[in-house]
Design a binder for this molecule. Structure first.
Ligand code: FE2
Length: 440
């Protein structure tokens, strides 16, 4: 833990010219012109946006950076991705898993992403991936919080031995119960898997995060069962439905009944915009459905909605670099959330909403919170989503983990500013301070 005084930043609520003091790893004071305690280094934030770190509520670290191994996904579909992952699993080694995961964590830190919930496939009885990611969790703990979900990729009932493997993974220290009800053999098996996995989580005092209804089938309604058991077992605020893409295709009347049930159960919802727009609607000709779940409607119903990256360069998705602002920007487009409030909601979906899903302690920028934050070369959260700007400073517990120089382009135009960085001062034109002519 370190101490740090950050001068002159803008906060997500719009307050500008604010200083933030971190002592013993926690935020000790937030306000204008804080007195500088002796011996504490000060950094000039130059008015840029200070945000709590990005959080990813849905990721697969066991498959990340494996693109092309042992071959690429020719159809690009979810189902070919699952069978391709099945081909790769027997070839996995502990060393390769650890190496790929650590490399991704480096990328995450560089992007200001300091907490990740990753699913880990537990269908392989060797539990190689769980063992590797538990090791990685420990290795990265000083700089990144990695929360692991025991994920039965091939179905906890459909795949022989999967339930025992899942329980063994929990015994080893994997801390969240996963599931994939829409991949079980029948709707009835899917519902049964939700029941037994929620009961297992309740018995062990764990959270639940299920891949749920990742399908374009409007009759894939396991989220209703998930809400039912979350409510029945008193797991309010501890259960997440991930993907929920079938909700995109559901009948509107049914959704009008479903949304209040999800809110009543305190369910969290996670959309994975990059992956949903890439994988859903694959059986459509034209028009092609977008397939992402109903984000604005869920938020309006009082359901906490986060966005996940889900995949980076793996059997399902050949792109990505750990940038949660890319995720937010795609979510904004797919859900058509272009209003100022909508843009802000998309920023929240990769920061504080995800922190609630993971149950992170001390998340935020108020005094008493952990001294974790990212300084972005933007003037507001909306601008950060628009620009996906440089992460100038990434700090954890008051210790600087990463630094990047301010970005800009030198111009040589008659009678025009000499430099642009694409930012705008609030309410100002394109040539306002911060929008141009700022020294490098
Ligand atoms: Fe996933």
């Amino acid at each position: 833990m370190s101490e740090l005084l950050l001068r002159d930043v803008t906060l997500p609520d719009g307050r500008a010219g604010v200083d933030v003091l971190v002592r013993e790893g926690r935020i000790a004071a937030v306000g204008p012109a804080l007195p500088a305690p002796e011996g504490i280094p000060a950094i000039d934030g130059r008015g840029w946006l200070l945000s709590p770190p990005f959080v990813d509520a849905h990721f697969h670290m066991d498959s990340t950076l494996s693109h092309g191994q042992p071959r690429v996904n020719a159809s690009g579909t979810l189902l070919e991705g699952i069978s391709l992952w099945g081909e790769l699993k027997p070839l996995l080694t502990q060393e390769a898993l650890v190496e790929r995961a650590l490399r991704y964590c480096d990328w995450a830190v560089a992007r200001g992403l300091l907490a990740i919930r990753s699913h880990v496939d537990v269908c392989d009885p060797r539990l190689l991936a769980a063992e590797a990611l538990l090791h990685v969790k420990e290795r990265v703990a000083p700089y990144l919080e990695l929360q692991l979900v025991a994920f039965p990729q091939d179905g906890v009932l459909r795949s022989p031995g999967a339930l025992d493997n899942l329980k063994r993974a929990l015994d080893m220290g994997v801390e969240v119960v996963g599931g994939i009800p829409h991949f079980e053999r029948t709707m009835a098996d899917g519902a049964e898997s939700v029941r037994l996995l929620c009961e297992l989580a309740a018995e062990r005092g764990l959270r639940v995060d299920m891949h749920c209804d990742e399908s374009d089938d409007p009759l894939s309604r396991h989220v209703e069962t998930l809400a039912f058991h979350a409510h029945r077992l008193g797991l309010h605020g501890r259960v997440t439905g991930s993907h929920l893409t079938s909700m995109h295709s559901m009948d509107n009347y049914y959704v009008s009944k479903l949304l209040p049930l999800m809110a009543e159960a305190g369910l969290h919802a996670v959309a994975n915009p990059l992956i949903n727009i890439m994988l859903q609607g694959r059986h459509d000709t034209y028009p092609k459905r977008r397939g992402m779940t109903r984000v604005p409607e869920l938020l309006a119903a009082g359901v906490n909605v986060g966005f996940g990256h889900d995949c980076v360069m793996d059997p399902w998705y050949p792109l990505g670099s750990g940038d949660m602002l890319e995720v937010a920007a795609m979510g904004l487009h797919v859900a058509q959330m272009g209003s100022v409030a909508g843009q802000r909601a998309c920023f929240d979906a990769v920061t504080e909403n995800n922190a609630r899903i993971l149950g992170l302690e001390g998340y935020g920028l108020a005094p008493g919170c952990r001294g974790d934050f990212v300084l972005l070369q933007a003037r507001s959260c909306e601008e950060a989503v628009r620009l996906r700007p440089a992460r100038l400073l990434v700090v954890r517990g008051g210790r600087v983990l990463a630094r990047a120089p301010e970005q800009g382009v030198e111009l040589d135009l008659p009678g025009r500013p000499s430099r642009v960085d694409f930012t705008l001062a609030p309410g100002a034109g394109a040539t306002a301070p911060g929008g141009s002519a700022a020294p490098a």
